[in-house]
Design a protein around this ligand. Structure first.
Ligand SMILES: Nc1ncnc2c1ncn2[C@@H]1O[C@H](COP(=O)(O)OP(=O)(O)OP(=O)(O)O)[C@@H](O)[C@H]1O
Ligand SMILES: [Mg+2]
Length: 393
């Protein structure tokens, strides 16, 4: 069979058409993503940091208002209303004068372990909780960008990604930061062309240390955020090294399966070697606030099924090897809710239980919530004044 370049071009045009069709049918009618999740009074009260009666009082005074969601009799508060209330009560979580933004890289050189899913859910959770959060998509596969409703090679130009920054055409990363459908959440998108940055950085190594781009870039923008989350590609390349050096903490997703467990051990090995080399060559000291493995995509143990039992054994082994210092307690389970949402370019926060059984949605949400709460607790250890303000609220 012969396939000409023209035929390939036709194939690309047809797939673009299909993607456009999916986008306009799945997303809001104008093709733009909207965040229309609403929060019942209990959740809203926790998010605002004020007692429900105080919220009701504010509602009576017309400061904020709840709305009935389409097809539901329950009234809820939109995120916009919640942020209005946070402004009113001065409960927006903001860093103290001597506190710095956290830079979290969600990294593991193994592919498909849940890095992007964890990075995007965490970023959205933090933004919903009022933290100014930036997600940097550093992977030319652009899965994170997709979860924000973009079709990377249709909606995103190379100039919208960090490529011009790595090429030296842009001195800071400000140009690439864009708002998202969620207030307080910004995105630096990626597309396939970002891959060229790997070569650009390598080619300029005699003029500039290969690891120095992102750390400097992050330094210039970090006063605008509480948290910057980096979603790097699943390989040890120039972009990954930049993410590792720019990060103040690492989250390392690891499904409790033998191959993933051994490759996570290798990841630690490579991490150690790479950072040691950077330290020796350039005298740059790298000290992370925390480095935590996150058990991801674990099978729910509903039966005594062999694989689920094997996963329990590996999880126990991992807990023995890494201990609490290097592992979060919470577990992200393999969930049809997460996977179904992703296949509609969405996260759990955007589906409100529609595309999957409510039980599966609740379980998945609980595991994501627990993971995010644990990460926040770690972050707050480094933000004492923010911690005391949140506690007092
Ligand atoms: N908890 C989960 N339950 C079910 N499916 C999941 C879960 N987390 C991620 N997935 C699915 O697994 C696949 C890989 O996940 P994801 O893209 O987050 O991994 P990744 O480590 O970022 O992959 P890559 O190495 O390619 O960047 C995706 O199809 C995603 O929807
Ligand atoms: Mg990914």
């Amino acid at each position: 069979m012969n396939v000409s370049i023209q035929e390939l071009a036709d194939l690309v045009r047809r797939s673009d058409k299909i993607i456009k069709h999916i986008k306009t049918h799945i997303f809001s009618p104008d093709g733009e993503k909207r965040f229309d999740k609403t929060f019942k009074i209990g959740d809203a009260s926790a998010l605002i940091g004020r007692h429900p009666t105080t919220i009701r009082e504010a509602e009576k005074q017309g400061i904020i208002s709840a709305a009935r969601t389409e097809g539901s009799s329950v009234r809820g508060f939109s995120l916009e209303q919640i942020n209005k209330a946070r402004q009113h009560f001065n409960t927006m979580p903001r860093l103290g004068a001597d506190e710095e933004a956290a830079v979290l890289a969600v990294q593991n050189f193994k592919g498909g372990v849940g890095k992007t899913s964890i990075a995007v859910h965490l970023a959205q959770w933090l933004a919903i909780h009022g933290f100014r959060t930036l997600l940097i998509d550093l992977d030319s596969q652009a899965s994170a960008t997709t979860l924000f409703g973009y079709t990377p090679d249709m909606d995103i130009d190379a100039d919208d990604t960090l490529l011009p920054f790595f090429e030296g055409q842009q001195r800071t990363m400000h140009y690439a930061i864009r708002d998202t459908q969620i207030e307080n959440l910004s995105l630096i998108p990626a597309n396939l062309q970002l891959y060229n940055a790997e070569y650009m950085v390598a080619a300029s190594h005699d003029q500039r240390p290969i690891y120095s781009y992102l750390p400097q870039g992050v330094e210039d923008i970090k006063k605008d955020f509480e948290v910057i989350i980096i979603d790097p590609p699943p390989a040890l390349g120039m972009l990954s090294i930049n993410a590792l050096v720019a990060a103040t903490s690492l989250l390392i997703p690891m499904p409790p399966r033998m191959l993933d467990f051994t490759s996570s051990l290798q990841f630690f090995n490579m991490l150690h070697e790479t950072l040691e080399e950077i330290q020796q060559h350039f005298g740059t000291d790298i000290v992370y606030d925390f480095v935590k493995l996150v058990t991801s995509k674990k099978k729910q143990r509903t039966s005594n099924e062999k694989f689920a039992r094997a996963e329990d054994d590996i999880l126990e082994l991992a807990r023995n090897v890494f201990g609490q210092k290097y592992m979060l307690d919470s577990i992200i389970y393999e969930s049809t809710a997460i996977d179904n949402a992703a296949s509609e370019f969405k996260t759990l926060f955007e589906i409100q239980g529609q595309t999957t059984s409510y039980k599966s949605y609740r379980t998945a949400m609980a595991s994501i919530d627990a993971m995010c709460e644990e990460v926040l607790a770690e972050l707050l250890e480094y933000w004492p004044s923010m911690k005391s303000r949140i506690k007092a609220a």
